[in-house]
Design a protein around this ligand. Structure first.
Ligand code: FES
Ligand SMILES: [Fe+2]
Length: 334
C-alpha cells in the first residue's frame, strides 16, 4: 500500500500564499517536483523541470513576469510558453513549453492538482466554516516522517488520546462514557461523539462545555474535526496530510473559531501554544509506526473491538465506495 487512490486528481494545499513571493518555491507533491512562482500577483505552477535539458526551474528567477531557467536562460510565461531563447534571433519557440500544473489560490493558501481535469475546485474541498462569523488561521506543519494512511487513522482514532496525549486531551486513568455514532456516505464517513468535555487540561482550558464532536474523513487525504458546545461550534480544524513521498508528508491545517469566542490573535496564540505538544506527540508516534512497519516488511493490522472506522477508512483510501448507512450509537469509554 502506498499513496491513496485519486491523489493526483485532488486539490492539495502545498504552500501558504505568503510563502510564494518573488522567488520560485519548490515543492514535492506525491513524489513529483513542482515549482510555484508569482507574476503580476498571480501564482503559477509548473513541473519543476526545464523542457530543454531538465534543469530544475525552481533554481531560476522570476524576471519581467517570466520564469527564467538558470542553465541557458530560456524564459517561460505564465502559460508555460517559451518567450525567449538567449542568443537566438527570430527563433520559433512554439514547441518549447514548460509543463504547467493546475493551481488555485484561495483562503490564503496555494492548492495544486497534478492531473489536469475539469474545474471542480469550488466543490472539491471539505465544507469550510463561513468567513463572516469565524476567524481562521493556517498552520503549515513541518514535513514529517510518517505514512499518510497512519496519519488519517491516528486523527480519526479517539482511543490513542488517553495514552499518547494523556493529560493533554484525555486522561488515561479517568475515562468517561461516550456515545459514538457513525454516519457512512458513499464517498466519506463521519463519527459523532456525544459526551461531556474531555478531562485533559487542554480541552478544559480551551473549550468550555461540550455538546458533541465530529470527525469526518474526506478522501483522499483530508480530515475535518468539529467541536460543538451548547450554543454551536467552538472549533473546526481541517487538515490535509499532503504526501511529499510515500513515507513523508507535509500537513496543512486550517483552524476556524467563531468570532464571539475572542479576538483572532488570542485564539491563534492559545491554540498554537496548546497544540504544539500534541502535534509533536503524534509526529513521534507516526514516525515509529512507519519505521516499524518497514522493519517488519510492510503493514499488518489486527482490528480490535473498538476499531469500527478502520475498514471504512481502508476502503475509501483504496478508492472504493461505501454503502450509506448509520451505525450505532455505541457505548465507548474515553
Ligand atoms: S536547461 Fe533550461 S534553458 Fe537549458
Ligand atoms: Fe493524536
Amino acid at each position: 500500500m502506498s499513496l491513496p487512490a485519486g491523489i493526483e486528481s485532488s486539490w492539495l494545499p502545498v504552500a501558504l500564499s505568503r510563502q510564494v513571493r518573488h522567488r520560485p518555491l519548490k515543492r514535492i507533491v506525491a513524489g513529483q517536483p513542482v515549482v510555484l512562482w508569482r507574476a503580476d500577483g498571480k501564482v503559477n505552477a509548473f513541473r519543476d523541470r526545464c523542457p530543454h535539458r531538465n534543469y530544475p526551474l525552481s533554481e531560476g528567477k522570476v524576471d519581467g513576469g517570466r520564469l527564467v531557467c538558470p542553465y541557458h536562460g530560456w524564459a517561460f510565461d505564465a502559460e508555460g510558453a517559451c518567450r525567449d531563447v538567449p542568443g537566438c534571433v527570430n527563433a520559433d519557440t512554439s514547441r518549447l513549453k514548460a509543463e504547467t500544473v493546475d493551481v488555485r489560490e484561495a483562503f490564503g493558501v496555494v492548492f495544486v492538482r497534478l492531473k489536469p481535469g475539469e474545474d471542480d475546485f469550488d466543490t472539491a474541498l471539505p465544507p469550510m466554516p463561513d468567513t463572516q462569523d469565524h476567524h481562521h488561521f493556517w498552520w503549515a506543519i513541518r514535513p514529517q516522517a510518517g505514512r499518510i494512511y497512519d496519519a488519517l487513522d491516528n486523527v480519526l482514532d479517539p482511543f490513542h488520546t488517553n495514552f499518547i496525549h494523556d493529560g493533554y486531551i484525555r486522561v488515561k486513568s479517568r475515562r468517561q462514557r461516550v456515545e459514538q455514532t457513525l454516519h457512512i456516505h458513499e464517498d466519506r464517513f463521519e463519527a459523532v461523539y456525544v459526551q461531556d468535555t474531555d478531562h485533559g487540561w487542554m480541552s478544559r482550558a480551551l473549550e468550555g462545555p461540550r455538546a458533541r464532536s465530529t470527525g469526518t474523513y474526506y478522501p483522499p487525504v483530508a480530515f475535518q474535526g468539529r467541536w460543538e458546545g451548547p450554543t454551536g461550534l467552538t472549533l473546526c480544524v481541517t487538515i490535509w496530510f499532503v504526501p511529499e513521498a510515500d513515507r513523508v508528508m507535509r500537513p496543512f491545517a486550517r483552524f476556524s473559531t467563531p468570532k464571539n469566542r475572542g479576538p483572532a490573535w488570542l485564539t491563534e496564540v492559545l491554540i498554537r501554544l496548546f497544540l504544539f505538544k500534541v502535534i509533536e506527540q503524534d509526529a513521534d508516534a507516526l514516525k515509529k509506526l512507519r519505521d516499524n512497519i518497514e522493519t517488519f516488511g510492510g503493514p499488518r493490522f489486527r482490528a480490535g473491538p473498538a476499531d469500527r472506522l478502520s475498514d471504512k477508512l481502508m476502503a475509501l483510501y483504496l478508492g472504493q465506495s461505501l454503502t450509506p448507512e448509520t451505525q450505532g450509537p455505541f457505548e465507548i469509554w474515553l
